[in-house]
Write a protein that binds this ligand. Structure first.
Ligand SMILES: CC(C)(COP(=O)(O)OP(=O)(O)OC[C@H]1O[C@@H](n2cnc3c(N)ncnc32)[C@H](O)[C@@H]1OP(=O)(O)O)[C@@H](O)C(=O)NCCC(=O)NCCS
Length: 187
């Protein structure tokens, strides 16, 4: 195992680190990959400049915390994750995750990242609720969020248009009390 590069939150198999500008070329193919963006709100073409701007912008905002997801074993950057729309008054925020390296899907990294980020939201930022939207066909995502403790709160009917069809958007949330009740359980 090599030394971790600037770790911010450390898990078992992955760690989360601030994104650097030299990570932009790694991010770029992920955000133009149809299999990845099928699950994201974002859909427009991206170039190196847009990725550099995303990285720059992320570290200027006080309503957003963005980190890269790296493997502890070889230090490889496999995705990004964030707490967005941090609402300091109502103490809630939106959780987002993108594992862009498809060869790394389904290995538990999504659930582990989710667990690290929600723990940080509750423990360090003092959040009361973390929420997210996920498309009904994103079974892998829904399962990863459920493993980290999220529950289904509701449905936005046919709010997603994708490849010629409308799909439901599932609203999921995790309350501080629910997280406290299960924080020491394994994923
Ligand atoms: C969604 C995402 C974050 C999940 O991360 P991941 O590391 O692939 O997921 P995990 O391995 O932690 O968990 C996936 C779970 O779903 C299960 N799963 C995988 N494919 C599935 C399918 N087709 N149907 C049902 N469950 C499935 C896995 O078996 C695993 O559950 P288990 O541990 O109980 O067996 C990741 O795949 C990703 O970034 N995808 C592209 C972008 C995206 O969807 N972002 C989220 C937008 S809301």
């Amino acid at each position: 195992m090599q030394g971790m590069k600037n770790p911010f939150l450390v898990g078992e198999k992955i760690y989360l680190r601030p994104l650097e500008r030299d990570g932009a070329p790694t991010l770029l193919p992920w955000v133009n990959d149809p299999d990845v963006i099928a699950n994201l709100i974002m859909y427009t073409p991206k170039n190196l400049q847009s990725e550099l701007e995303f990285i720059e912008r992320a570290y200027k905002s006080d309503t957003e915390i963005i980190l890269g997801i790296a493997l502890k074993a070889d230090d490889k950057l496999i995705g990004t994750t964030g707490l967005h729309r941090i609402d300091w008054k109502n103490r809630n925020c939106l959780f987002g995750i993108l594992i862009g390296d498809k060869t790394e899907w389904g290995k538990g990294y999504g659930a582990e990242t989710t667990h690290l980020m929600v723990s940080y939201a509750f423990e360090t930022l003092g959040m009361h609720r973390v929420w997210l939207h996920v498309y009904e066909y994103n079974h892998r995502g829904i399962r990863a969020y459920e493993k980290a403790g999220f529950v289904r709160e509701g449905v936005l009917r046919q709010a997603r248009y994708h490849n010629g069809e409308f799909y439901d958007v599932i609203v999921m949330g995790l309350l501080r009390s629910e997280w406290e009740a299960r924080r020491h359980t394994t994923l």
